[in-house]
Design a protein around this ligand. Structure first.
Ligand code: C5P
Length: 241
């Protein structure tokens, strides 16, 4: 794999609070990573201006707002995300088939296939355990639920899922090669583990079948973030065929 192909797989987690911070990171990393993740914290503080700030620097956006509501509301929210011109947006698969289908249909109706964002589903949050599931009345293992929800998401028109590195193999097997897998919780060989527990290196995750990797602190907290992003791309390029 070329380092350019590897670079495009890196999504930098913009875990910041202000537009000034976005400008700084987008300027530093626009040609070092493939995309920037705008999540609930940043979007709640800055709104669509956060997306526009990344785009002003030529950056692509993963809008990580994990919608979960009645089908009509999620369909309109997803359409709003698509109109912002983001490349990836997501919802919770636990919202069910009707909710996912409504979101997919709304976006497909207004956008052609080359212009629309790819729609992702979160299966089971990686912070959840079998105990968390039991508390809400789900008597299945996390792995069984992840596979079940990934299949449901695919059948309901989602383009892929967000998943822990350890779930990549199972999902790839269940959903086939065209289904996108976006993976947080990776740590390059040079970085500290922070609070991530079930980790893999970026190269391992890509070898297992991940299409994109969400990476925050290993880049943000590095002495030279641009160089850290380059090193990660090099690790992926060398480790993955
Ligand atoms: O700093 P770090 O690389 O751990 O950041 C990973 C990003 O991915 C953060 O924005 C975090 O909220 C998100 N994330 C995660 N683990 C999950 C799901 C999302 O770390 N299971």
């Amino acid at each position: 794999m070329t380092s350019e192909t590897a670079r495009k797989k890196i999504i930098f987690a913009l875990d910041v609070h202000g537009l000034d911070d976005i400008d700084r990171w987008a300027e530093t990393l626009a040609d070092k990573v493939g995309m920037f993740k705008v999540g609930k914290e940043l979007f709640t503080s800055c709104g669509p201006a956060a997306v526009k700030a990344v785009q002003r620097h030529g950056g692509q956006v993963f809008l990580d707002l994990k919608y979960h509501d009645i089908p009509n509301t999620v369909a309109h929210a997803m359409l709003g995300a698509a109109r912002l011109g983001v490349q990836l947006a997501n919802l919770h698969a636990l919202g069910g088939a009707e909710m996912m289908e409504a979101a997919a249909n709304a976006v497909h109706k207004e956008f052609n296939d080359t212009e629309r964002p790819r729609l992702l589903a979160v299966t089971i949050l990686t912070s959840s355990t079998v105990e968390t599931l039991r508390q809400v009345g789900i008597e299945h293992s996390v792995q069984d639920m992840v596979v079940r929800l990934a299949r449901l998401a695919q059948a309901s028109g989602m383009d892929g899922v967000v998943a822990s590195p350890l779930e990549i193999g199972l999902i790839r097997e269940a959903c086939g090669p065209g289904f996108l897998i976006v993976t947080p919780g990776v740590r390059p060989s040079f970085a500290s583990v922070d609070d991530q527990k079930r980790i893999m290196t970026p190269a391992e995750a890509v070898c297992c079948g991940a299409d994109y990797l969400v990476i925050g602190r290993p880049i943000a907290k590095a002495p030279d973030p641009a160089q850290a992003a380059e090193c990660i791309a090099a690790e992926i390029a060398e480790g993955a065929v």
